[in-house]
Ligand binder design. Structure first.
Ligand SMILES: [Zn+2]
Ligand SMILES: [Zn+2]
Length: 179
């Protein structure tokens, strides 16, 4: 989303504007919706807002694709190029790119890159399609959400393997043979 901030940059410090954001993102995300508030500071435009989108994720248990609903906040400074801020007669300190985003000389504040970065950061490293996802059979690879395979349930259910290991360890410690 591109916002022309030429008029806002001429206002006094503290000037605030709100915009509704509804943008198609691509990159495995659906469209993103929310509201952005732009506040003029003594050196930049501070953009803050809350957004919703859904991301195409792969379940870390059953490896199926699913839609992950993502809610995220954004708070970023956008720095104008040139000395156009009314309340800052001296030249604006040169801003390193990692401190924020740059408003081009055309006075266009481009939210898209900031949104994209926050969406990627907001995604969990590991996600499951549903809390009770049964995952894949460790022996035959069958997706256990769609039905049981012919392997032994007790041995194939990955949720039980830590417990099973514990029991086996204890049996070994107590000097008994497993099975
Ligand atoms: Zn799953
Ligand atoms: Zn199996």
């Amino acid at each position: 989303m591109k916002i022309n901030v030429a008029q806002q940059l001429k206002q006094s410090m503290g000037n605030m504007r709100r915009y509704t954001v509804s943008e198609t993102m691509g990159d495995g995300f659906s469209s993103v919706h929310g509201e952005i508030g732009l506040v003029l500071t003594n050196r930049s435009i501070l953009a803050t807002g809350e957004f919703n989108t859904t991301a195409n994720c792969t379940c870390s248990r059953c490896l199926e694709e699913f839609q992950y609903p993502l809610k995220f906040e954004l708070s970023e400074e956008f720095f104008p190029t040139g000395d156009i801020l009314k309340d800052t007669p001296t030249s604006v300190a040169k801003v390193e790119e990692e401190d924020g985003f740059i408003i081009g000389e055309d006075h266009i504040l481009d939210l898209s890159e900031a949104l994209r970065q926050h969406m990627i950061i907001g995604l969990p490293a590991k996600s499951v399609c549903k809390p009770e996802c049964a995952g894949l059979c460790q022996k035959c690879g069958q997706n256990l959400n769609t039905g049981q395979c012919n392997c032994s349930n007790e041995q194939s259910d990955p949720r039980w393997s830590p417990l099973r290991k514990l029991i086996e360890d204890q049996m070994v410690e107590s000097g008994r043979e497993v099975n």
